[in-house]
Design a protein around this ligand. Structure first.
Ligand code: PEP
Ligand code: MG
Length: 320
């Protein structure tokens, strides 16, 4: 089994009917980056930067962050590197004093891009570090927890100002650093067309999207199976985002844990997904599932999937 999977390292992620599916990696350390490259990931679809801020009392400065992002770019040797801006808050508490400690509902509080915009100096330090790293690879910037058009406008404005500033200081910055939004707040999914002109790509964060859509805490085990992507509302919302992205020619990836669940690959393919971003540890299994799939047949079965009325119905579709 391991030997058989190992052989897939050098094989394309191509369906039986010859459609190429992009397999990108999620990483949260330099070791993950090395593993992603070794397994033939087409790039990093999600580089979580929280690790630089956790388990310490002081914020990382621009130089430390720059080196981390540059090393990721070099580690991927010219492949795509999607760096997510800081997503502290909620379950990702810190000791640096950056986040609030008195929120009644941290998951609904000052986290992700909200925190970045409330701490402009911290946000600028990170953006400068990422922009400087863009001279060393194909860097893109991904913004977490977007819920309004204004948040993206604010990030874009900062990027423009900081790029000019860095160039004036003599830094080489890539000609154009693409900007993307994570779709993990239901409002952003439903109102996608109100800001899609501001983004170059999208990445669906199903871990949070499921939590917020179903009002089910992603870490509360008492909820049992309630916290699950196998709910008709989740599938419909995924289909809506994927289809809206396709209509506007804006690439859409899924970077939540479901992208790394080989059993769910046919479901995501049926909904029209062509880009997966997943933990490198499951990359080969998902590649195998894709290579075993007939995309045309799955797409033809999509209406049945979207008509399923409950988890059992969705599971029957998967096994059927
Ligand atoms: C997600 O919410 O699906 C996601 C990928 O981000 P995180 O798990 O870091 O919140
Ligand atoms: Mg998230």
């Amino acid at each position: 089994e391991q030997r058989e999977l190992g052989r897939l390292r050098s094989k394309p992620s191509r369906t039986r009917d010859q459609v190429d599916i992009a397999l990108l990696a999620n990483a949260e350390s330099l070791e993950d980056v090395t593993q992603a490259h070794a397994l033939g990931a087409q790039g990093l679809g999600l580089y979580r930067t929280e690790f630089l801020f956790l388990q310490r009392n002081e914020l990382p400065d621009e130089e430390e962050q720059f080196q981390a992002y540059r090393d990721a770019a070099l580690g991927m040797a010219g492949r795509l590197v999607t760096i997510r801006t800081l997503d502290l808050g909620a379950d990702k508490a810190d000791r640096t004093g950056l986040t609030l400690s008195n929120e009644d509902n941290p998951a609904l509080g000052l986290r992700g891009v909200r925190l970045s915009l409330a701490r402009p100096k911290v946000a600028d330090t990170q953006l400068r570090a990422i922009l400087r790293a863009s001279a060393y690879g194909k860097i893109r910037i991904l913004v977490p927890m977007v819920s309004t058009r204004d948040e993206l406008l604010a990030v874009r404005r900062r990027m423009t100002r900081l790029t000019a500033q860095l160039r004036a200081e003599g830094h080489a910055i890539s000609e154009r650093v693409p900007l993307g939004a994570m779709i993990e707040v239901p409002a952003a999914a439903f109102a996608l067309e109100s800001f899609i002109d501001l983004v170059d790509f999208l990445s669906i964060g199903t871990n949070d999207l499921v939590q917020y859509l179903l009002a089910a805490d992603r870490n509360n085990e008492a909820l049992g199976e309630l916290y699950s992507p196998l709910h008709p509302a989740v599938l419909r919302l995924l289909a809506l985002v994927i289809e809206t992205g396709a209509r506007h020619r804006i690439p859409v990836a899924v970077c939540g844990e479901i992208a790394g669940d080989a059993r769910l690959a046919p479901l995501l393919l049926a909904l029209g997904l062509t880009e997966f971003s997943l933990h490198p540890g499951t990359l080969l299994e998902v590649r195998r599932a894709i290579r075993d799939s007939d995309l045309g047949a799955l797409r033809a079965r999509a209406p049945k999937l979207l008509a399923a009325r409950d988890r059992r119905g969705i599971e029957r579709w998967i096994t059927g």
